[in-house]
Design a protein around this ligand. Sequence first.
Ligand SMILES: [Mg+2]
Length: 285
Amino acid sequence: MSSSFSAKVNTLVFTDLDGTLLNHDDYSYQAALPAIERLREQNIPLILVSSKTRAEMAELCSELNITDPYVCENGSLIVMPDAWVKTMGLDTDGFTFSDGAWQFVQGADRQHITALLTDLKSRFEFTGFADMSVNQVIDCTGLSEQGAAQAKQRFATEPMLWHDSSAALDEFAQQLSMHDLRVVKGGRFYHVMAYCDKSDAVRYLLDTYESHYGAKVKSIALGDSPNDLVMLKEVDQAVVMPHKDGTYMHDNELLGEIRAPQEGASGWRAGVEAALQKLRNGEDA
Ligand SMILES: [Mg+2]
């Protein structure tokens, strides 16, 4: 292979964070570092895709020295470093710029969401993140003060605590749908957001790379939860991470997936290596 090919990206790795790149218990990524280094050497971008906010993810990207784009708020927000946008030659129409990076809201703007929620407050009982102080967020999440402040900095989704009946929730969801919004159940929170998900962001980034290089780019994705499924189905090679109890998410439409041998960072490392090997074997075949 000629050296001019070395700068060309021919594979992308997309990864969920909690329970996937990060250990369940201590959130450590230490055991994954050798594989992250290997990706860097092979010029394979590592794209983080999470329900976390930009503020939460920016910190992790800087710790890991990642200069590739990343996807926040469950696919609703894509953050793209300025240098990357210039390399790709992207038109920044509709993007906004802050802290050295462009961002693009794929879903609904949070202001649109919170304005509608304010209207609905007279009819339903709920508390959104926008209504909570940092201390109240700490109380209901267990996050640190800095973590709670970062979790509150949202652009395209609004978590809320639901205090009303389940019949009222159905009616609430109906009201949202009239404004092209939906409510998604998370752990403790319900999330109000547009009809977009992790797969939309993955497709957007894959398309951007492919049109820039004028060639098909191979893709790998790693995840552990139902909100990762759409992303896992979008790529060439899915890697499913085990839950803490050793079980794996299963879906009939998921074909040829690799099951990582352990949860968290060490399983992630093994999963990435197995996926790269499998793509390489496919090339040789
Ligand atoms: Mg996860």
